[in-house]
Design a protein around this ligand. Structure first.
Ligand code: NAP
Length: 309
């Protein structure tokens, strides 16, 4: 009655590692990925903090290595297939998949990662793709010799600001506080980069443009004073939320859509495990995502064998 022991949804580092461990445990396993394998690292220029690679490795190179290793042990991958809905059976689950297909599995591992949060200010959705972007790796080259603004002060904002200096002649980093959240080594590089200008204690209130971005209106959070900054592009990096719309009503989520699950990857739904960035967690990195994937696969195996406590 079951097509698979384990159905993994999401082909980033967490999902692919879950697939590797499940396949090595000789569990009949399939992984669904709606887009490109590798998840967020597929659009990360270079990684220099994943252990085992003393030289920086391109995100686009690391993803295929995870994939090749998991396939070597027999993981079946259905690329360009999206898990749309999960219905609990007793026992097991039925996953409705696009393109049209239903798969039955004894356990499910959700590793669907995150999506970028939006600011929700006027001009943002209207100018998305016309100067407003959430992906410097994808869109940075369009801004050669132009001026752009990056919003946020975390690792994503600061790393992508540095990346954008390859193309843009000036990159404003607009941050709502006067101290960055990004790792210190990333901060040091940004402070040393003459093309980056920090605009502290400011938030964007409007993105201007008619068909293409022409500037951004920013507000000083201390004085309330507003001013215009003429820029050609706005890159928004104000954090992430869980890719979990399809789990609503099935699994407990927090206010940002992250699955409520601990290091054991156990969710409120028996037999469904959450691994990687989609899980509520302290640190979203490839190294913690792969760790989650391994734990989730072992947990799924125990659940299937009935040895789950
Ligand atoms: P993040 O760490 O949550 O940072 C979001 C930034 O946006 C913060 O600086 C925050 O300001 C600011 N912000 C949030 N809401 C805002 C609003 N409404 N208006 C203006 N600013 C706003 O998100 P992230 O940088 O995307 O990183 C997410 C996770 O991925 C983190 O765990 C990060 O370490 C990880 N990551 C790691 C790497 C790496 O290791 N190389 C690279 C990218 C991401 P405050 O600081 O004031 O809260």
């Amino acid at each position: 009655m079951f097509d698979y022991d384990v159905i993994i949804i999401g082909g980033g580092p967490a999902g692919l590692t879950a697939g590797l461990y499940a396949a090595r445990a000789r569990l009949q396993t399939v992984l669904l990925e709606k887009m490109v394998l590798g998840g967020q690292i597929a659009t990360t220029e270079m990684l220099e903090n994943y252990p085992g690679f003393p030289e920086p490795i391109a995100g686009a190179s690391l993803g295929p290595l995870f994939e090749a290793q998991a396939k070597k042990f027999g993981l079946e991958i259905l690329q360009f297939h999206e898990g749309l809905e999960i219905a609990p059976l007793s026992p097991g689950f039925e996953v409705r998949v696009s393109p049209a297909r239903e798969l039955r599995g004894k356990a499910v591992i959700v590793a669907t990662g995150t999506q970028w949060r939006s600011l929700g200010i006027p001009g943002e959705s209207e100018l998305k793709g016309a100067g407003v972007s959430y992906c410097a790796t994808c869109d940075g080259a369009f801004f050669r010799d132009q001026e752009v603004a990056v919003i946020g002060g975390g690792n994503s904002a600061v790393e992508e600001a540095i990346f954008l200096t390859k193309f843009a002649k000036r990159v404003y980093v607009i941050h709502r506080r006067d101290a960055l959240r990004a790792e210190k080594i990333v901060q040091e590089r940004a402070f040393a980069n003459p093309k980056i200008e920090f605009v502290w204690n400011h938030v964007p209130v409007r993105i201007n443009g008619d068909g293409a971005v022409t500037g951004i209106e920013i507000e000083n959070v201390k004085s309330g004073e507003r001013r215009q900054l003429p820029v050609d592009g706005v890159f928004i990096y104000v954090g992430m939320e869980g890719n979990t719309g399809f789990l609503r009503g099935l699994v407990a989520l927090d206010e940002r859509g992250f699955v409520q699950a601990g290091e054991d990857t156990v969710t409120s739904c028996p037999g469904l495990f959450a691994a990687g960035d989609v899980r509520q967690k302290l640190l979203r990195q490839v190294v913690t995502a792969t760790a989650d994937g391994a734990v989730a696969a072992v947990q799924a195996g125990k659940y299937i064998e009935g040895n789950f406590s």
